[in-house]
Design a binder for this molecule. Structure first.
Ligand code: PMP
Length: 424
């Protein structure tokens, strides 16, 4: 198909994320991707400032990841996971347990981040039922979160500023504490700590679990908070027999400078959700890890009734194993620290630019918050003109580059962010 034919058929038939039909502005046609660059059908090359939504940490067409998929393809691309198992899935589960905070020992392999959150919630609800507390059916969280687009995850997204306010009358009613104040380095606020404890204690008898994104709230507003609040949540949930779920689908595998963001707080949740970068962005795969206590509680009363068709897909597990091997063998921490330095040096001066409300950088994440809504079409075009792919939303222009982005390309991404910020 010619690029024009692709765009015409796309406009006619294809539903894009968070879009009407047809979408407000036409998408760009990508022909291929290599390293940190997307090559458009018209020949332009863009440095990917988004890692395809946090996922492509090693860049595109990495020879080791390509080989892992090809090699697995020669054995089997998929088999059902009921009654069958295979080395790629087992090896992956073992590696995840080794990498995750101590105490998480069992792995449910889901096929997307949202499904892993559904599974995490189901685990917690079922554990409470199995251990004699069936009235504990609600979830607690703080505002400003984002956990996915299926119904339980939507119910714990920010109920007002978030993307799912349309569904307020349909979703389960959850318990919300205020957004964590300040930033990653802002000293903890005792009044907020108390508000957090109060919110949990007021509803302790109805809460099955508290779910949060640790340290970085992503698609709900790209906010950072002090890790201390995670310790507060760990203590208050444990004291009341409430389970704690950390959604590290965006932050997992090094993005914030530690393998998992939970490590900033030294806290182990009862359930951990991972996804996105798990396969280096190659294939769709996620996981929910839980403690032996949860597994024992559920299993004493029956089965965990969940089993997606593509659960444990061997191709996805094989490339996840290769991606995690690459991470473990390489210097991801050095790469992320270098990107953090480059983003800080490049983005901090934007604080002085007209219309900029805040600049924040943590690990390989850079955020410029404006005092007005971004014009998505204009901001994207301004970044593309600099040879950079960004996807601003609301009042945010932000980047989370692949870890393999070199200094020159980090500088290019900074120029793209600057152009988007200044685009009006
Ligand atoms: N939780 C978080 C923190 C996320 O960032 C996302 C994806 N943006 C999800 C859950 C949902 O994952 P998926 O899009 O793979 O369903």
């Amino acid at each position: 198909m010619t690029p024009e034919e692709i765009l015409a058929a796309d406009r006619r038939h294809v539903w894009h994320p968070y879009a009407a039909l047809p979408p407000a502005s036409p998408p760009h046609v990508v022909a291929s991707a290599q390293g940190v660059r997307l090559r458009l059908a018209d020949g332009r090359e863009l440095v990917d400032g988004m890692s395809s939504w946090w996922a492509a940490i090693h860049g595109y067409r990495h020879p080791v990841l390509d080989a892992a998929v090809t090699d697995q393809l020669g054995r089997m691309s998929h088999v059902m996971f009921g009654g069958l198992t295979h080395e790629p899935a087992v090896r992956l589960a073992r590696t995840l347990v080794e990498l995750a905070p101590d105490g998480l020992e069992h792995v449910f392999l889901a096929d997307s981040g949202s499904v892993s959150v559904e599974v995490a919630v189901k685990m917690c609800l079922q554990y409470q039922r199995a251990t004699g507390r069936p009235e504990r059916r609600r979830l607690g969280t703080w505002r400003g979160g984002y956990h996915g687009d299926t119904f339980h995850p939507m119910s714990v997204c920010d109920p007002e500023g978030g993307m799912h306010h349309l569904w307020g009358d349909v979703l389960p009613r959850q318990v919300f504490a205020p957004v964590p104040p300040g930033g990653f380095d802002t000293p903890p606020d005792p009044a907020y700590e108390q508000a957090l404890v109060d919110a949990v204690e007021r509803h302790a008898d109805e809460l099955a679990a508290v779910i949060v994104e640790p340290v970085v709230q992503g698609a709900g507003g790209m906010r950072f908070h002090h890790p201390h609040y995670l310790r507060v949540l760990r203590e208050v949930t444990r004291a009341h027999g409430i389970l704690l779920i950390f959604d590290e689908i965006a932050t997992g595998f090094g993005r914030t400078g530690t393998m998992f963001a939970a490590e900033h707080a030294g806290v182990t949740p009862d359930v951990l959700c991972v996804g996105k970068a798990l396969t280096g962005g190659y294939l769709t795969l996620a996981a929910a890890l839980c403690t032996p206590e949860i597994a024992r509680g559920i299993s004493a009363g029956g089965v965990l009734a969940h089993g997606p068709t593509f659960m444990g897909n061997p191709l996805a597990c094989a490339v996840a194993n290769a991606s995690l091997d690459l991470l473990r063998a390489g210097d991801w921490a050095g790469q992320v620290a270098r990107i953090q330095d480059g983003l800080r040096a490049g983005l901090e001066p934007l604080r002085e630019a007209p219309g900029v409300a805040d600049v924040r950088v943590l690990g390989a994440i850079g955020v410029v918050q404006l005092d007005h809504e971004v014009d998505l079409t204009r901001a994207t075009a301004a970044a593309v003109a600099q040879g950079v792919w960004l996807r601003p939303f609301r009042d945010l222009v932000y980047t989370m580059p692949p870890y393999v982005t070199d200094d020159a390309d980090v500088a290019r991404i900074v120029s793209g962010v600057e152009a988007a910020v200044k685009s009006g």
